[in-house]
Design a protein around this ligand. Structure first.
Ligand code: ZN
Length: 291
């Protein structure tokens, strides 16, 4: 367009009057520039407003997310603290059991075992590294507990095997005809220590071992006749003499109550009975304490 002047015609509908505006080229340019600037400005403002709104929404969302995470962290910390309290109770219990069992340990461990001290109380500054530290500490505590429990278990097992190794009760049903102590020998007429109990019973009456152990002798001797000796460990041995029949062999493992033999009258014996003897470290002891 190279014209210098423009004419703008405005024709209202249903009217014959035509409005005519004459515009210089430069004026038109100015008008167009103003309109363009106005549009640009409007666009910029709108964009800014929309972006600001979006930022605000994102900020609120992040804030909510952050709060949620903090809440979850607090819950985790609270859960961990409750575990730590239980752990502390377990440790105290453990310490009591150890005292009862008279189990000792290095002093450094004992303090931890007693569960004194514990972690610092929760404050607002709980961080993930703090949490991690607490979890690590808990893991160490659990390892200590496990070791201690295993030790106690081992101790109880030992106790149990010791209890089952100590003679208990009488080996046969019958009548106690002679107890432990000095007596006049029915063979020599002289005073002699009777080293066990004599239980009179009919020949063939079962003889039971009075504690867990291993048969060390299953043989016939001149004095004891058919004899069974059982070693129970912890220094204990039991003797069962004058049997009519032996049912176990040397080396055989036996449990308390197992049948060893049958009552008889073999060896130096004046009637059908079982001579029952308990020896502690080789020395005959009074069975009275083991009935
Ligand atoms: Zn006897």
């Amino acid at each position: 367009m190279s014209a210098k002047k423009f004419t703008l015609l405005i024709i209202p509908e249903g009217s014959h009057q035509v409005r005519r505006y004459s515009l210089q080229r430069s004026t038109l340019k100015g008008v167009v520039a103003v309109v363009a600037l106005f549009c640009l400005g409007l666009t910029a403002l709108t964009t800014d407003y929309v972006l600001a709104n979006l930022d605000e929404a994102e900020f609120v969302r992040l804030q909510e997310e952050n709060q949620q995470q903090r809440n979850e962290l607090q819950r985790l910390v609270a859960g961990l603290e409750s575990l730590q309290r239980e752990m502390s109770l377990l440790a105290q219990n453990d310490a009591k059991v150890r005292i009862m069992a008279q189990l000792t340990r290095a002093s450094a461990d004992t303090e931890v075992l007693a569960g004194v001290g514990g972690p610092p109380e929760i404050d607002g500054s709980d961080s993930f590294s703090d949490l991690q530290q607490r979890i690590d500490q808990m893991r160490r505590d659990i390892d200590l507990r496990r070791e201690s429990q295993e030790e106690i278990q081992g101790f109880l097992n030992d106790q149990r095997s010791m209890l089952s190794a100590v003679p208990e009760g009488l080996p046969a049903k019958g009548w106690l005809t002679s107890t432990f102590g000095m007596r006049t020998s029915p063979f020599t007429g002289k005073q002699k220590l009777h080293e066990g109990y004599d239980i009179a019973a009919r020949t063939g009456t079962p003889v039971h071992v009075t504690a867990d152990g291993v048969v060390t002798r299953s043989e016939t001797t001149p004095g004891y006749g058919k004899l069974v000796v059982v070693d129970h460990g912890y220094g204990y041995r039991t003797y069962y003499a004058h049997n009519s029949k032996i049912l176990v062999r040397a080396g055989q493992r036996v449990k308390r109550g197992d049948k060893l033999s049958e009552v008889g009258n073999t060896g130096r014996s004046t009637g059908s009975h079982v001579h029952y003897e308990i020896r502690r470290n080789g020395v005959p002891v009074n069975p009275k304490k083991f009935i």
